[in-house]
Design a protein around this ligand. Sequence first.
Ligand SMILES: Cc1cc2nc3c(=O)[nH]c(=O)nc-3n(C[C@H](O)[C@H](O)[C@H](O)COP(=O)(O)O)c2cc1C
Ligand SMILES: [Fe+2]
Ligand SMILES: [Fe+2]
Length: 399
Amino acid sequence: MSVVSIKPDIYWVGVNDRTTDLFEGIWPIENVGVSYNSYLINDEKKAIIDLSKAMKTDDYFSQISQIMDIKKLDYLIVNHMEPDHTGVLRTLIKMVPDIKILGTKKCKEMMADFYQITTNFQVVEDGETLKLGKRTLQFVYTPFVHWPETMVTYEVSTKTLFSCDAFGGYGALTGTIFDDQCDNMNFYEAQSLRYYSNIVSTFAGPVKKAIKKLNGIEVDTICPSHGLVWRKDPGRIVDLYSTWSDWGSTGGELGVTLVYGSMYGNTEQVMNAVAHGVSEENVPMEIFDCARTHTSYILPSMLKRKGVILGAPTYEVACFPPVRNLVKMALEKRVNNKDVAMFGSYGWSGGALKELKSIIGDKWNWIKDFCFPGGPTDEVLEKAAAFGRNFAKELKKKF
Ligand SMILES: Cc1cc2nc3c(=O)[nH]c(=O)nc-3n(C[C@H](O)[C@H](O)[C@H](O)COP(=O)(O)O)c2cc1C
Ligand SMILES: [Fe+2]
Ligand SMILES: [Fe+2]
């Protein structure tokens, strides 16, 4: 993409990534892409805020050259050290050996570890300002959104917040960078929730703290490092992030995520009966075959919906592995305070229930379980429908 002017002296010079298949080496983005947004402030002093992953390096630097002579860059602001924002750093330093790098104290330590860069780094304090000319930057520490060294940068005169990972989302930018020019906001909001549940939700506490801390600052435009720039309605993405971080502790809204796996179809048959029971109570529900759906796509539903029903057969005296792995990842991502029920088929010993109970412990509220041997009888199917109905009824009492 070519350079986009955001405000006088402030430009988007990012990279649209449509070729990486897995973000962080785990999360599928092959159909949607992601952007690494980088911002240039071309004032008396010239600053670049966050860089890009190491890809399309020529394109990236040629965008900066469209605006100014790269050698005249004075400052690099590193809000966050993660390589999706610093991948081209060594190349930049080769081009501009004297550029001054600004970041938190922790960022300085990590810069030495990751890139062996120890010179020209200037630690900025929380709240410190830097005058560039007409524009003035203020640095606000936001630790653990997403790493311990993370901060955000606020441009005082235009009320522009460069928020890095906070308020970001998956989804390469399609023609425009701005929310008001985007004709598919549902797509971006869904991709932002998937990004949040995959990448950020472990840090829901720090997200809440950051939102509270930034509350006192008047923000006209939010420029995150992934996804859309929010200039029409910056409050919208803050509200969404605030809601999503609340779900991490409240357990979310009325609804059920029904996740199952099945080797020979026995647990699957019962899943259909359970689902029927839930739907009879008119409770919203999403159903996922855990072995065929990447965890990335299941986490948003689990974060959002208070109820989780797990359908898992026994496998080697334990839980069917895809279901076990999903539950472990959800707990790592602080998908907390769920009401949970479990069902599944076993052959001789059973073991899925025992393992799930030991993994979940008291982190989720265990409502009910039922395991059955082999294929489901009519009686088992009736029991399964009642199990689904009763779970939904219990859930509704909480809303
Ligand atoms: C690889 C494998 C390992 C299994 N291990 C156990 C086990 O340790 N204990 C047990 O009770 N059943 C075990 N079973 C039997 C399954 O739990 C049983 O076939 C069940 O009906 C499968 O449900 P499904 O049709 O939903 O896949 C195993 C089955 C397979 C294929
Ligand atoms: Fe990050
Ligand atoms: Fe990032």
